[in-house]
Write a new protein. Structure first.
Length: 745
């Protein structure tokens, strides 16, 4: 019960509405009807959702037990409960507020008998799920290379998120039929062992509600108000579950933004917002368009961009904060120029008194982070990779570096243990334990023990295969420069092939290919030599390129990333940035093929999702927005010349301040940029320095990987000479002449 109010005191319900704008107030005070709230970026949707619940409770339209509120993260659920507790004098701790999976777990703990589960059923995480599938594959004698456990986990989860058991999955070929068979074995094993995965929580709850009318009617009557946050991110099964648990008299309050639907790769269906209008017939469509985050120019750019998408429910963000600054656009000749601009701008922001916590660098591909990490490291600027790892800390990079360490020093036991069975080649923990015992007893390294047959038994054949791989790499890379060594290593080790088989491995492949770029950049900057300081302060040089690169990687993986609690610049993918906001934002790599990403152009609706992703990126900025791109980018180990992203052209020119000459279409005009002086460039010169073989512009040459081509330009002198070659099969590549090993064709 509420305390009685004095005549002069406003009622609690009236106080709740004090700081709301008109559309927010309309949404909060809706009568008992289903409604769809289109909540634009920075429009206060969390406040509206929480205040709606508080309003229902404070006006006695519902008891705490009659409300079901669904969020997409545990953090959001906890924040909602905390806010509610501060807004109304009721116990809200036991309310049904949580994520889809959290609420389904609560349901199944109550109705475990109806669900056919043991009372103490266990929830598996992703690692547990993969481990169980590996056991099943081994027991059924199924080839785990043809049917990788991680890929099977994805197949099973995807089917469940569509609401399909194994017997409902259509299979038109032998491969899919075998996957369905594994799915059936997996289900039987889970049931026998009393375990469930995350997708099973949803599917099992849905099935119980669908098949038990009495239970369904109980919850239909109980939850008279259902509120759903981030509705645009719901998948097929979540939407079907919502339709089941909502009764005829239930008012569903759905809050979302179809312009921020960016998770189709996780199964999210932006079309669920259109389905909601059809299935729930909302009496009200409310648009929250006033933005409390960004200045007007940023919002005008976001509005103009997203208008290019079709089928939107439609809204226009606006603010009363004023126009603010123009959006700064920088085009560098190279990705190095782009990174240098970003680092210099960050330094300027620091000088202006901006906290590092309020600065963010966003990128479409995680592989792009390396150059920025390198620049921040050299500048001594603390940074944090949000929702991810620094480049040299990523597992695939550490695997590759372990192979490189073995090439450099086969007696490195830590490197040996990291990759001896990765990719998997049948060397188990017991065999490694035996090998370690042999090495310890004989006083040798693991490599020496392995070469002497120390693994023993059946594992020795697999061990011999591993030794052969490393030795063949050593022979094949002899005499190659560092970038070519790394390029050979990531392929010959099987790392690239392994991750290409993984449904979610594309990003790891891109990171491995970016390691080639890292080696190339390191060689250019240092000539393969670095200086290191010992404990006494004395310095020495490491002039072996592999050793120097390994030391460089270790240093960059050091302590520049800020500890928790310390101010630090934020680096993240655009996907990770959703829901966050910063004073200064850099959106980098705005080039066709990178953002929008190549992969999106082949997917139905892919380009529109990329545009929504760009919209999310733009609306993260509060005060200042930088857009950056490069004409030439060393990405995934290859030099590529880029067309500026179409998204830049979709922004009103009046909102942009170009800090370099506006790029022309590279397909129609010469490559040389007017924005950056290139005094040493000589597209018309007749010869290159004699100490590099006397090559000349216009000469036909041959490269070991790219085949034949014609030199079309040159820059620099001596060891810094770079050439552009137009290859027949690979197009234009920019190569360091010292390392390219070109031959006259």
């Amino acid at each position: 019960m509420f305390e009685p109010q004095s005549p002069s005191s406003p009622s609690p319900s009236a106080t709740l509405l004090d700081k709301l704008n008109e559309p927010q107030r309309t949404a909060v005070t809706l009568p008992h009807v289903s409604s769809l709230v289109l909540a634009g970026a920075g429009s206060g949707k969390t406040r509206v959702l929480t205040t709606r619940i508080a309003w229902l409770l404070s006006t006695a339209q519902s008891s705490p037990q009659g409300i079901l509120a669904v969020t997409f993260t545990n953090k959001a659920a906890k924040e909602m409960v905390t806010r509610l507790a501060s807004m109304i004098p009721l116990n809200v701790r036991n309310m049904w507020i949580g994520t889809f999976h959290g609420l389904c777990n609560r349901f199944l703990r109550i109705h475990w008998r109806e669900a056919g589960l043991p009372q103490t059923f266990t929830i598996m995480d992703t690692q547990d799920q993969v481990a169980l599938i590996k056991r099943i594959l081994k027991a059924a004698n199924i080839d785990d290379e043809k049917y990788p456990a991680k890929q099977m986990a994805w197949f099973i989860s995807s089917a469940k998120e569509e609401g399909m058991r194994a017997n409902a999955v259509e299979s038109f070929d032998d491969y899919t039929r075998k996957q369905v068979e594994i799915y059936q074995l997996y289900e039987a094993t889970c049931q026998r062992e009393g375990v469930v995965d995350f997708s099973e929580l949803m599917l099992r709850t849905y099935e119980v509600l669908a098949n038990n009318q009495a239970l369904r009617e109980h919850y239909n009557a109980r939850f008279r108000h259902i509120l759903v946050d981030e509705f645009q991110d719901t998948n097929t099964l979540q939407y079907k579950w919502l339709r089941l648990i909502a009764g005829r008299e239930t008012a569903v309050f759905a809050v979302g933004d179809d312009d921020q639907s960016i998770y189709s790769f996780r199964g999210a269906k932006v079309a669920n917002m259109q389905r909601f209008e059809h299935d729930f017939s909302p009496a009200k469509l409310i648009k929250l368009e006033q933005n409390y985050r960004s200045f007007g120019n940023i919002l005008d750019a976001a509005n103009a961009l997203i208008r290019n998408n079709n089928g939107r429910l439609g809204k226009e963000l606006w603010t009363d904060r004023g126009h603010g600054e123009a959006i700064r656009v920088f085009q560098g000749y190279s990705d190095g120029d782009e990174a240098a601009y970003v680092i210099d701008s960050v330094k300027a922001a620091i000088s202006d008194g901006i906290s590092l916590d309020e600065v963010a660098i966003l990128y479409r591909s995680n592989a792009q982070s390396r150059l920025f990490e390198h620049g921040l490291f050299n500048a001594g600027i603390a940074y944090r990779v949000y929702g991810g790892l620094r480049f040299f800390e990523r597992a695939e990079i550490k695997h590759a570096m372990a192979y490189l360490r073995l090439l450099n020093n086969p007696d490195d036991d830590n490197a040996f243990l990291r990759v001896v069975n990765f990719p998997a080649r049948g060397i188990g923990a017991k065999s490694l334990e035996n090998l370690q015992n042999v090495a310890r007893q004989s006083g040798t390294t693991l490599w020496q023990a392995a070469c002497g047959g120390g693994a023993g038994g059946r594992a020795q054949a697999a061990m011999a295969q591993f030794i052969g791989i490393v030795e063949n790499m050593r022979i094949a890379t002899k005499g190659l420069v560092l970038p070519e060594i790394v390029r050979h290593l990531i392929e010959a080790s099987g790392l690239v092939g392994h991750y290409r088989l993984d449904k979610d491995g594309q990003e790891r492949v891109e990171n491995l290919e970016e390691l080639v770029s890292a080696a190339d950049s390191f060689l250019r900057e240092t000539d393969g030599v670095i200086r290191v300081e010992d404990e006494t302060g004395a310095t020495s040089e490491i002039d072996d390129p592999i050793s120097a690169f390994l030391a460089h990687a270790s240093l960059e993986a050091g302590d520049t990333q800020a500890a928790e609690g310390r101010a630090a610049l934020q680096m993240m993918s655009v996907h990770s940035a959703k829901g966050l906001e910063f004073d200064y934002v850099f959106i980098t790599g705005l080039e066709e093929g990178l953002f929008p990403h190549d992969n999106s152009l082949n997917d139905d609706g892919g380009l529109e999702e990329e545009r929504r992703l760009m919209y999310v990126a733009v609306t993260r900025a509060k005060k200042r927005l930088h857009l950056t791109l490069a004409q030439m980018r060393m990405l995934h180990g290859q030099t590529r010349y880029n067309v500026p992203s179409r998204f830049i052209d979709e922004l009103p020119a009046t909102l942009l301040q170009w800090l370099s000459a506006k790029p022309r279409n590279f397909l129609d005009t010469p490559i040389a940029s007017e924005a950056i002086p290139r005094s040493n460039w000589s597209a018309n010169s007749h010869s290159l320095p004699r100490d590099h073989g006397g090559f000349r512009v216009g000469q036909q040459v041959r490269h070991a990987k790219f085949g034949t081509g014609v030199i079309i330009g040159a820059e620099g002198s001596g060891k810094n000479t770079q050439v552009e070659v137009n290859f027949v099969d690979f197009g234009i590549k920019r190569l360091a002449l010292e390392f390219a090993k070109l031959e006259a064709a």
